[in-house]
Design a protein around this ligand. Structure first.
Ligand SMILES: C[S@@+](CC[C@H](N)C(=O)[O-])C[C@H]1O[C@@H](n2cnc3c(N)ncnc32)[C@H](O)[C@@H]1O
Length: 184
């Protein structure tokens, strides 16, 4: 939607560090991020939805609005999400607070710019996520970088394995989805 693009660009100019992207994600990346998720997943959390590209893809895949919780730090994005996605819970706050809001989560979709976060924030977000992620649940995270975006020492400390998906060339810039799961 053009108004969503204008909102994204305004917020990018005001908050370049917390947004850290040239443009909203493409539909192709949204398809890849949500490919394993559907109504059978149960509770789903989304981190850093921005203008809601992944939110729309999750709802299109049949996730019930009442099963979906969005964590968005930026109050203007959060207000826009509440208006565009009635019935979806929007927390205006950090992904690191997920354990205070959700339980028994089947999947987490993360649009967070992990590569620009300090390690302690990455650790706090993944620790809180694993407290509420159901056994067998997954965290789907994209990156523009050449390797998995969660620092390796944190991934190992948390007992996670990262599985790469295909590169999405038609995203600006091209991106890849990594799926994090607990090792068996
Ligand atoms: C790269 S943008 C991604 C937006 C959208 N998911 C997309 O792919 O087009 C990153 C988003 O994460 C949000 N954000 C940054 N830090 C956050 C945090 N700790 N918790 C929740 N949202 C955060 C920003 O406000 C921004 O909306």
């Amino acid at each position: 939607m053009p108004s969503d693009l204008a909102l994204f660009m305004r917020q990018l100019l005001r908050n370049p560090k917390t947004i850290s992207a040239m443009a909203p994600s493409s539909r192709g990346l949204a398809q890849a991020m949500t490919a394993d998720i559907g109504p059978q997943t149960g509770a789903v959390a989304e981190f850093g939805p921005g203008t809601g590209v992944f939110t729309r893809a999750l709802l299109d895949r049949g996730v019930r609005p009442s099963d979906l919780t969005l964590f968005e730090l930026n109050p203007e994005f959060a207000a826009n999400l509440r208006q565009n996605f009635p019935g979806v819970r929007v927390v205006t706050g950090g992904a690191q607070t997920i354990a205070a809001h959700c339980a028994d989560v089947g999947a987490i979709v993360s649009g967070l710019p992990l590569l620009s976060f300090p390690p302690d924030l990455c650790r706090a977000i993944f620790t809180a996520s694993l407290r509420v992620l159901r056994p067998g649940g997954a965290i789907h995270q994209f990156t523009y970088g050449p390797k998995a975006p969660l620092p390796d020492d944190i991934r190992q400390e948390m007992g996670l394995i990262a599985t790469p998906g295909p590169r999405i060339w038609l995203n600006l810039p091209p991106a890849r989805v990594y799926t994090y799961r607990r090792s068996a």
